[in-house]
Every structure is written in structure tokens, then in C-alpha cells.
Design a protein around this ligand. Structure first.
Ligand code: SF4
Ligand code: SF4
Length: 402
């Protein structure tokens, strides 16, 4: 067990150096998602980071022993050639977990088979040779029509279905990325507002998650992830424009608790059919945090601004995450990591899954290294946490840590 824990930590998580960087290489996009400030119909000057600038950040990240880099957007594949070179550069620099994703516009199928193959085969081949570890494709709904209308990308679901075997034959296993929203189920009506009927909301949420998992399994995905609602009670300071207060993705505190419960209840039934990244231990902690169970917050504070960082495409500067836009930390290359890493972590202001899930999943290991007695106290106060944590770790190990 000790060796397994050590491998898990050193595979994904830093002990003393920052571990994860989300680089927003552009805020340009060609989709129409109503819940996102970067949709193509929103008028503002679009930006993109230059290849040389990104390479300098990657070199510094490698020196800092960063384990994971995500290239995000906007739509990263609007600058596909530079993106491939960024991925290759990160791979050459020895970063093990390199991720990027797409809204799938390059995969749209409009009936012309030859044109489709000419686009998708080279894409799969380039991704396979690049050193990329995870490739996500955003899917918003179990209803193809609804998804395509929301994204403004007709033909994208058919295209994804046809592209998945092509990717797999090249050794790429894309992940379906659900941003939890009120239209994620199969039906045409949105998930109801909670109002008075808690049980009905819970039932509808369980159904919607089930429908979504069945849908992506049927499409041919082998990995799926859920991004928790990208909204917070006050996100006016957010630097990352993918945050939103749109009702489509805004949920009250009570609704979030039920959504997290519904997700926790739905996941075990699908873990054998598809690799589900969402950790039960993190959902459990978020529920406890929102319901204020226990003597203190039961969730671990987020590592945003400590070991995880966000670099914004507009000014090229570093922020603790996509939300804390008032905390401009300057250029990543000039960050004083020693002073950053000595800062105490404290933040639980949002549920940004790419920061909250790993913070939660590896929090106990960090605590074991630094404050073993407080970890024992935590386990004593919350025995369910151990159960979920070990269930997650066993599952992650089977999934080769994704
Ligand atoms: S959610 Fe993604 S695909 Fe949709 S508008 Fe925003 S950046 Fe573009
Ligand atoms: S919880 Fe993490 S991602 Fe959310 S605002 Fe705090 S540091 Fe940022």
C-alpha cells in the first residue's frame, strides 16, 4: 500500500513543487454555447498566446517539476498546428500528463465521407504521435439535437460517433466531457428548478446522469468526466470567461448537493461500462462542504494558487485559477515558487473540477506526509471518506490513472 500511495502521489501530485498548469492558449471560439462568455456571437477582441511564449512557460513548468499541463480555450484546435507543437514540446520537456480538448468542430460529419476521412485520420495520427495523454470532447446533452443546437455545430454528434473508432485505431481514447447543465439528459425540457420538490429533482438528476452515461457509451466513448457547474455565488471577478451565471449552469447550493448526490449514486452502476474519472471521495467531500457537516469543512482546500495555476490568454499572466481574477500573479516564468508553495491553502469558493478533484483525491496523502495525526482524526470523524477514497484509488489504478 505504501508503495502504491507513493507512486500515486509522485505520478500526479507534487510534494513540494507546483503540479498543474491550465494554459488558456486562446479565447477564440467558433461555437455558440449560451452558458459561455467566449461563444462566437459575443463581440470582444480575441487573443491567442504565441508558440514561443507557451514554450517558455512549458520550459519553466518542467523546471518546476509540473506534472500536468492542460491546453484549453476557447477552442484550442482553432490553432491546431501551434497546439500540436505545444503538446510535442511539453512531451519533450518530460511533462507526463498533457491534456487538451475540443468542441468537436473538426469532427463534424455533413455527409461527405471523403472529406470527413481527410480531416479525421490525419488529426488522429498527429494526436497519437504528439505525446498527448488525455483528449476531451465536450458533450452537453444526451440528446444529439439539443447538444448540436447548444453548440451551434450541426453534424458533430454523428461525426464524433464515426471518429471514435478512427481515434482508437490510432491509440487515442477520447473522453466525453460533460459540463453539468440543465439539459444534460435526453428529454427536451430542462432539469427542473428545485423549488419545493426535492425528491422529484433528485430523481430527475439521477435519470439525466444515467441517460448521459448510456448515451456516451452508445456513441463509443470509453472515458467520461463530469465538470461540476462552472458557477459560483459571485463570479464577477472570474478571469476565465467559461464561468457563467446563466441558469443553464447555475444551481443553488441545495441543488448542487442533490446533483452531487445523484452523480455519486449513478457512477457505481456505470464504472464497469466506461472509465469514469469523477472521484466519489471528491463528491462526498463537496456534499459535506455544502451541507456544513462535521466540525469544520470536510473538504480539503483547493490547491489553486499553491500547486495549480491558470494562465490567461488575454494578458499571458498567471492566476490562482480561472476564478480568482483579482489575484494577478504576473508571468509564470518569473513566479517565485518557493514563496508560493509556502502559502497556506484555504480556498473552497467554487467547484472547478480540474482543481477540486485532484486537491481532494490527494489531500489525504499530503496530510499523511505533513500532519498524520490530523489525518487520523479526519478518518475517525468521517469513516465514509476512507471507503470512498480507497474505492477511487482501486478504480483509478485499474484505469491506469487515466
Ligand atoms: S464552452 Fe467551449 S466550445 Fe462553448 S463557447 Fe465556450 S469555449 Fe467555445
Ligand atoms: S476553489 Fe480552487 S478553483 Fe475555485 S476559486 Fe478557489 S482556488 Fe479557484
Amino acid at each position: 500500500m505504501q508503495k502504491f500511495a507513493h507512486d500515486a502521489i509522485s505520478a500526479i501530485f507534487p510534494t513540494i513543487y507546483p503540479g498543474q498548469l491550465v494554459l488558456q492558449i486562446t479565447d477564440a471560439c467558433n461555437a455558440t454555447c449560451g452558458q459561455c462568455g467566449m461563444r462566437v456571437t459575443n463581440r470582444f477582441p480575441r487573443t491567442r498566446m504565441s508558440l514561443d511564449y507557451v514554450k517558455a512557460i512549458i520550459d519553466r513548468a518542467a523546471e518546476n517539476r509540473v506534472k500536468a499541463i492542460s491546453f484549453t480555450g476557447g477552442e484550442p484546435f482553432l490553432m491546431a498546428e501551434e497546439l500540436f507543437e505545444m503538446i510535442r514540446h511539453a512531451h519533450r520537456a518530460g511533462i507526463p500528463f498533457i491534456r487538451t480538448g475540443t468542441n468537436g468542430f473538426l469532427l463534424r460529419f455533413t455527409g461527405d465521407e471523403d472529406n470527413f476521412k481527410k480531416r479525421v485520420y490525419p488529426l488522429a495520427e498527429k494526436l497519437a504521435k504528439s505525446g498527448l495523454r488525455n483528449f476531451w470532447i465536450s458533450i452537453d446533452s444526451a440528446s444529439p439535437n439539443r447538444h448540436e443546437r447548444m453548440r451551434g455545430l450541426p453534424g458533430v454528434i454523428k461525426g464524433i460517433e464515426q471518429a471514435l473508432p478512427i481515434f482508437e485505431s490510432a491509440g487515442i481514447y477520447p473522453s466525453a466531457n460533460l459540463g453539468i447543465n440543465r439539459y444534460m439528459g435526453r428529454g427536451e425540457s430542462p432539469l427542473m428548478l428545485l423549488s419545493q420538490n426535492r425528491d422529484a429533482f433528485h430523481h430527475a438528476a439521477c435519470e439525466a446522469f444515467s441517460q448521459f452515461y448510456r448515451f456516451v457509451v452508445d456513441l463509443g466513448f470509453t472515458i467520461v468526466n463530469a465538470c461540476y457547474p462552472m458557477s459560483m455565488e459571485d463570479n464577477r471577478e472570474a478571469v476565465y470567461s467559461a464561468t457563467s451565471r446563466d441558469t443553464l449552469v447555475s444551481f443553488s447550493r441545495e441543488e448542487k448537493v442533490i446533483l452531487f448526490q445523484a452523480l455519486m449514486e449513478t457512477i457505481p452502476g456505470y464504472r464497469k461500462q466506461i472509465r469514469i474519472f469523477s472521484p466519489l471521495s471528491s463528491l462526498h467531500a463537496l456534499i459535506k462542504q455544502y451541507t456544513r457537516q462535521g466540525n469544520c469543512y470536510s473538504s480539503y482546500p483547493c490547491l489553486g494558487g499553491h500547486s495549480f495555476f491558470f494562465v490567461d490568454s488575454r494578458d499571458g499572466n498567471t492566476y490562482p485559477c480561472g476564478y480568482r481574477g483579482s489575484e494577478n500573479m504576473g508571468k509564470y516564468q518569473t513566479l517565485n515558487m518557493k514563496s508560493v508553495i509556502n502559502k497556506k491553502t484555504f480556498c473552497r469558493r467554487c467547484d472547478w473540477e480540474c482543481f477540486r478533484d485532484p486537491s481532494e483525491l490527494f489531500g489525504p496523502f499530503m496530510e499523511m506526509l505533513n500532519h498524520p495525526l490530523s489525518l487520523l482524526k479526519r478518518f475517525h470523524e468521517d469513516p465514509e471518506m476512507i471507503k470512498y477514497l480507497f474505492s477511487d484509488l482501486r478504480y483509478y489504478q485499474k484505469c491506469d490513472f487515466f
